[in-house]
Structure formats: structure tokens, C-alpha cells
Design a binder for this molecule. Structure first.
Ligand SMILES: Nc1ncnc2c1ncn2[C@@H]1O[C@H](COP(=O)(O)OP(=O)(O)OP(=O)(O)O)[C@@H](O)[C@H]1O
Length: 226
């Protein structure tokens, strides 16, 4: 199991008491498969993604990434684990305005202490994989919203992660472009054998996913096979 969440409970301070955002959540995502997490606003989807990304430590429960139990790891160990094994795609691409599409990806190598120039072939290969082979030297303002989201996805794959976590990737796109992005994520998941979690409130795109998990008031419904 490449991503294993076991009995995760997460609370936030709420006045004098605490609000339970995740309540005993257990989820398994095998390598090469994609799980969609759906649920109403405020149900706990983003919290679930943040816990899986090791960005938030739950009150209790276990997060296992690629066989590594993250419980008790130091902050620096978590940063290293995240950098090498987890790809995160946030809702907004957050691309750097002055960099070309290829450079957005090469920065990931730089952050990992490797020379960005040596990472160019991989950056170009990934841009090709997301359908942007001929846009590598364009800056964000020369790309469409859908193309920027593709750069965002390619960037998350730069360090060859085992776990890919994606938050609402279609929210800024029209239906057709949104569907194309989900198809792309599904194809990349199968081809690159990532354990992918896709948070979405849009159920129209769920045809291709392997598993749908529903969150209600912080509780995950037993996933039904699609
Ligand atoms: N930093 C925080 N401090 C306090 N409460 C929080 C915090 N973040 C989230 N919450 C609360 O936790 C619950 C779950 O929030 P979360 O953002 O995970 O839901 P969500 O399903 O992602 O919602 P949306 O679809 O609107 O993004 C909500 O009641 C929210 O108000």
C-alpha cells in the first residue's frame, strides 16, 4: 500500500472546545490507482489531504507513505520525505511569473540541491507527458488556465513521487478542460504508478477513478468500487 491512513483523528481549536475535522479516518491507496475524495464544503477534504501530505500532524492515527510510518518523524525528516515521495498539486498553480514552464519544473531540482540545468531533460519529458512539449519556453502569462494547471501537475511529478495529492484541480476550468485534466491525472497515475488522491466536489469527472471515498462531517464512508 503506497498511502495508508489509519484511524486518523484531527481536531482544531474552536473557542473553548475543539472541532473534530477528521474522525477515525482510514484509507488505503495502492500504487498505480486513483482515489477521489468527495464531500460537501467543510466536510474535511482539505484536512485529509493536508494530513496525507504530512503538512498537518493529526491528534491520533497513523500516516504511512511508501512503507514509511511518519509517526514521530522530526520536522526535517518529514521535509525530506515530502520532497522525495510526495507530489502536491494545489488548487491554484502558484507558478512564478518570471520563469518559463520548463524552469518552473527545474526549480524543484534546485530545491533538492541538484543543478537545475541537469534537470532540463526530465522537465521537458514531463512537459511532453502533460501535452505541453511545444510550450516549454513560455511564461505563465503566455499560457491558458488549463495549460498552467498542466505545468502544476508536471511540476508535482518532477521528483518522481510515490504519492500524488491533488486538491480541486478543475475548479478554475470549464467542463471540457476539467474533464481533460482528470483524464490526464488518471493516465499519469496508471503510467507512473503513483498512489493518487484527488479531492473534488465535482462528481461529473469521477468516471475514470478507481475508488471514490465520501467524507461527511469528518467521517469517511467505506469506499465503494466504481
Ligand atoms: N485551521 C483551521 N482552524 C480551525 N478550523 C478549521 C481549520 N481548517 C479547517 N477547519 C474546519 O474544519 C472543518 C473541515 O474543513 P476542511 O477545510 O478540511 O473541509 P473541506 O471539505 O476541504 O471544505 P471545502 O470544500 O470548503 O474546502 C470545517 O468545519 C472547517 O471550518
Amino acid at each position: 500500500m503506497s498511502l495508508h491512513l489509519a484511524h486518523i483523528t484531527l481536531t482544531y481549536p474552536d473557542g473553548d472546545s475543539r472541532l473534530t475535522a477528521l474522525d477515525e479516518v482510514t484509507l488505503d491507496v495502492p500504487k498505480g490507482s486513483i482515489t477521489a475524495v468527495v464531500g460537501p464544503s467543510g466536510s474535511g477534504k482539505s484536512s485529509l489531504l493536508a494530513v496525507a501530505a504530512t503538512l498537518i500532524t493529526p491528534d491520533s492515527g497513523q500516516v504511512v507513505i511508501d512503507g514509511v510510518d511518519t509517526t514521530g518523524l522530526k520536522r526535517t525528516e518529514l521535509t525530506t520525505l515530502r520532497r522525495h515521495r510526495i507530489g502536491i498539486v494545489f488548487q491554484q498553480p502558484n507558478l512564478l511569473p518570471s520563469l518559463t514552464a520548463a524552469e518552473q519544473l527545474q526549480v524543484m531540482a534546485h530545491l533538492d540541491g541538484r543543478p537545475p540545468r541537469a534537470a532540463r531533460p526530465r522537465a521537458l519529458e514531463l512537459l511532453d507527458a502533460v501535452g505541453l512539449a511545444d510550450q516549454a519556453d513560455r511564461r505563465p502569462n503566455q499560457l491558458s488556465g488549463g495549460q498552467r494547471q498542466r505545468v502544476n501537475i508536471a511540476r508535482a511529478l518532477m521528483n518522481d513521487p510515490t504519492v500524488l495529492l491533488i486538491d480541486e484541480p478543475t475548479s478554475a476550468l470549464d467542463h471540457e478542460r476539467g474533464a481533460a485534466i482528470i483524464d490526464l491525472i488518471t493516465e499519469l497515475t496508471h503510467r507512473r504508478a503513483t498512489a493518487t488522491v484527488l479531492v473534488t466536489h465535482d462528481r461529473t469527472h469521477l468516471r475514470a477513478v478507481d475508488q471514490v471515498a465520501e467524507v461527511h462531517d469528518g467521517r469517511l464512508q467505506v469506499p465503494a468500487r466504481t
